[in-house]
Design a protein around this ligand. Structure first.
Ligand SMILES: [Zn+2]
Length: 79
C-alpha cells in the first residue's frame, strides 16, 4: 500500500468496473445518469451538488460509471 491516504470503507474506491457491469444491463438507469450528471459552466456536476455549495468536479464517479456502462452495453451489441 503506497497511497498516503487510505480511508477505510468501500466508498473510497472509485473503480467503476463492477458497478458499470451491473448498470450495463439497466440502460434506462445509466441513460438517466448521463442526462443528469452533466458539467455546469464551472465544470462541476449539476447533479452532485452538496449542501456546502462546493460542487463535485465533473466527471463525477456516477458519470464515469454510467459512461462505462454505456460502453459495455454497446460492446455487447444487444438491442
Ligand atoms: Zn454527478
Amino acid at each position: 500500500m503506497t497511497e498516503p491516504h487510505t480511508p477505510d470503507g468501500p466508498a473510497a474506491s472509485t473503480s467503476p468496473g463492477p458497478m458499470a457491469g451491473v448498470l450495463a444491463d439497466m440502460p434506462e438507469v445509466w441513460r438517466r445518469l448521463l442526462v443528469e450528471h452533466v458539467p455546469d459552466r464551472l465544470g462541476r456536476c449539476t447533479a452532485c451538488r452538496n449542501v456546502s455549495g462546493s460542487g463535485v468536479r465533473w466527471p463525477c464517479t456516477l458519470q464515469q460509471i454510467a459512461s462505462q456502462a454505456r460502453v459495455l452495453h454497446e460492446t455487447r451489441g444487444d438491442g
